[in-house]
Write a protein of this length. Structure first.
Ligand code: BTN
Length: 270
């Protein structure tokens, strides 16, 4: 189903050349093996397949063309060959993997902030990265037994014309937000380095040590929002996250904790 290549020979192929990326990654555990797929349905799928076959923890799958990217709730993830950065990493955590979506979100958001001091990213709980109200990245963690695949898609160098009509008002790329293009290989290496640092601390101390950092970036914190869960909607003020990374929403003096759900800003009726 996929075509793999060490060097795809295209400009994206050079930018995301595995040897180049491995050279730029200073992390010791993650990214020691990088596989560039010229074309693949989903990097999460291929990473899961490789993990089941015994591929080591930290193996990275990057795609030039991902034609059936998986999103949350069975949605499809749109990406472009010229502009997107899509990759997945194999993990085998000892602890419950629930927090890994948040951890990758934090690593990617902090890395983007570092590359673009003028931009401020937010984390839309539980798995999106936003810039000024529009989505720039999404994360999907999938578990199969002891294997956990964490995949992220980031709109890096897309222009407005690259997005399909239905995404034009909700999606943004780093290029649109900042006015400048970015080397996707460099961004990838920097995210992997940061993610390894966070992951190593998380293994020793859990997610609670990142609570402050997550809350600092939490989209709509202190604002009125609604959360859609399997049991219906709940509205209130987004107050933060728990030490496990669950969402806290306060309403009428009562605080409720959500482990899953779709959050949206509540527009006040006039
Ligand atoms: C979402 O916002 O619903 C999550 C999107 C996750 C997309 C990434 S792209 C790389 C990796 N491979 C996939 O098939 N999905 C994730």
């Amino acid at each position: 189903m996929e075509k793999r290549s060490a060097a795809a020979g295209l400009s994206g192929g050079i930018e995301l050349h595995p040897a180049r990326i491995m050279n730029m990654i200073s992390a010791a555990r993650f990214g020691t093996t990088v596989i560039l797929c010229e074309e693949v349905d989903s990097t999460n799928r291929i990473a899961a397949e490789a993990a089941a076959g015994g591929a080591p923890e930290g193996t990275l799958f990057v795609a030039l063309r991902q034609y059936s990217g998986r999103g949350r709730k069975g949605r499809e993830w749109f990406s472009t060959e010229a502009g997107s950065l899509v990759f997945s990493i194999i993990l085998r955590p000892q602890e419950t993997p629930e927090s890994l979506t948040t951890l990758m979100g934090l690593a990617a958001a902090q890395t983007i902030d570092e590359f673009y001091p003028g931009i401020e990213t937010s984390i839309k709980w539980p798995n999106d990265i936003f810039i000024s109200g529009t989505k720039v990245a999404g994360i999907l963690a999938e578990s199969r037994g002891k294997d956990v695949i964490v995949g992220i898609g980031i709109d890096v160098n897309e222009t407005e014309d690259d997005f399909p009509v239905e995404l034009k008002s909700t999606a943004v790329s780093l290029r649109i937000a900042s006015g400048s293009k970015l080397d996707r290989g460099m961004l990838l290496a920097a995210i992997v380095d940061r993610f390894e640092i966070l992951y190593t601390r998380w293994e020793m101390e859990g997610l609670s040590i990142f609570r402050f950092d997550i809350e600092k970036k939490l989209l709509w914190k202190g604002m009125e929002a609604s959360i859609e869960t399997g049991d219906g909607d709940f509205s209130g003020t987004v107050s933060g996250v728990t030490s496990e990374g669950y969402l806290r929403i306060r309403s009428n003096g009562e605080e409720r904790i959500f482990r899953a759900g779709d959050l949206s800003l509540r527009v006040e009726e006039r």
